[in-house]
Design a protein around this ligand. Structure first.
Ligand SMILES: *Cc1c(COP(=O)(O)O)cnc(C)c1O
Length: 353
């Protein structure tokens, strides 16, 4: 069948998402979804969109959602771009801003979608190794760069970069777009949004999938100087001018407006994370300092592959990569208190077997 494919299709190596199997009683700690469920106000707003008005196209500019996000972050609506999940926002950023003669720089251990977009858009990339503590060392980025992209906190390590380092990166590369992917920032890292006013080369990318528990709705956004947003809009309108449906726009607005729910769920997840790290340490695990809704951890006596397989036999899914330096690490999503109890009980049983 591949005789019918374009040359481009033959060259792609698509991203492989964490599996979504249907196993009864499964404890799913492999894709960093929220265990708590979305704001009830967001659910009501989404349900309120199930009317005859669905025959109409949505607002192509998501005007109200962009206004609400702008006000929430203290910016002008011209500084806000929204898309169908942050993966789509990132895809548009790669096409609109990250392809230059000089290479795109990103960490060797990072979000594995970045190299996939580089293939799709023919972008030359250069990976920069994380240091021994799995931290980004911004001095290592002082080299020829067409653009830079980093998740903060990084994925899959959970390690955060201080704002001062991001500021250094921006100042070192005033003529290169710098994208900070803040998918996990709400769980305890410092956002780079306050740096937007002084740095027209900074684009901050956000998602409703993790901290707002709306992965199934597909809403992401980017914040930055209006000229960066204009570039994203040009690409979007050359691709799909109606990315967000009516339920997605309404649900996202209601979620942003439910600050009490947001604060409460973040507090629950970060408290469970602290307890999980402590209990993992007691079982002989070494865990990187996490500012995300997952931990990246390894056992000093057991291989990551063996542990992941033994957990899977007990219907607990975690994520793991067969990659240099991180093959023995497990990335485990912070679940409910009960899911965390089951995870720790299973690990304790596996280690004592
Ligand atoms: C989950 C994740 C995203 C994608 O989120 P969606 O909005 O669901 O597409 C982007 N970047 C990183 C680092 C992520 O972990």
């Amino acid at each position: 069948m591949s005789r019918l494919w374009s040359d481009l299709t033959h060259t792609l190596s698509p991203y492989v998402p964490g599996e979504q199997p249907r196993i009864p009683g499964l404890i799913k700690l492999n894709t960093n979804e929220s265990p708590l469920g979305p704001s009830p106000k967001a659910l009501a707003a989404i349900a309120g969109q199930a009317t005859g008005d669905l025959r109409l196209y949505p607002d192509p500019e998501a005007t109200e959602l962009r206004q609400v996000l702008a006000a929430y972050h203290g910016l002008d609506p011209a500084c806000v771009f929204v898309g169908n999940g942050s993966d789509e926002v990132l895809a548009h950023a790669f096409a609109a801003l990250l392809k230059h003669d000089a290479p795109l720089l990103f960490p060797d251990i990072s979000y594995s979608f970045y190299p996939v977009y580089c293939r799709l858009y023919g972008i030359e990339a250069q990976t920069i190794p994380l240091d021994e503590a799995f931290s980004v060392r911004v001095a290592d980025y002082r080299r020829r760069a067409g653009a830079i992209i980093l998740p903060n906190p990084n994925a899959p390590t959970g390690v955060a970069l201080p704002l001062a380092d991001i500021e250094t990166l921006l100042a070192d590369h005033p003529n290169a777009p710098v994208v900070i992917d803040e998918a996990y920032v709400d769980f305890g890292a410092d956002t780079a949004i306050p740096l937007i006013a002084a740095h027209d080369n900074l684009l901050v990318v956000r998602t409703f999938s993790k901290s707002r528990a709306l992965a199934g709705l597909r809403v992401g956004y980017a914040l930055g100087h209006p000229s960066l947003i204009a570039a994203l809009t040009r690409v979007k309108d050359s691709f799909n001018s109606y990315p967000l449906g009516r339920p997605a726009q309404a649900g996202a607005i209601a979620s942003v407006q439910d600050e009490a729910w947001f604060r409460e769920t973040l507090a629950t997840i970060t408290a469970t994370r602290a307890r999980m790290v402590e209990d993992l340490t007691a079982l002989g695990f070494e865990t990187l300092p996490s500012r995300a809704n997952f931990v990246f951890t390894r056992h000093l006596q057991h291989s990551g592959a063996a542990l992941a397989a033994a957990l899977r036999e007990r219907a607990i899914l975690v994520r793991r990569w067969d990659a240099p330096r991180i093959g023995d690490y497990l990335r485990i999503t912070v679940g409910t208190g009960e899911q965390t109890d089951s995870l720790l009980a299973a690990l304790s049983e596996i280690l004592n077997a």
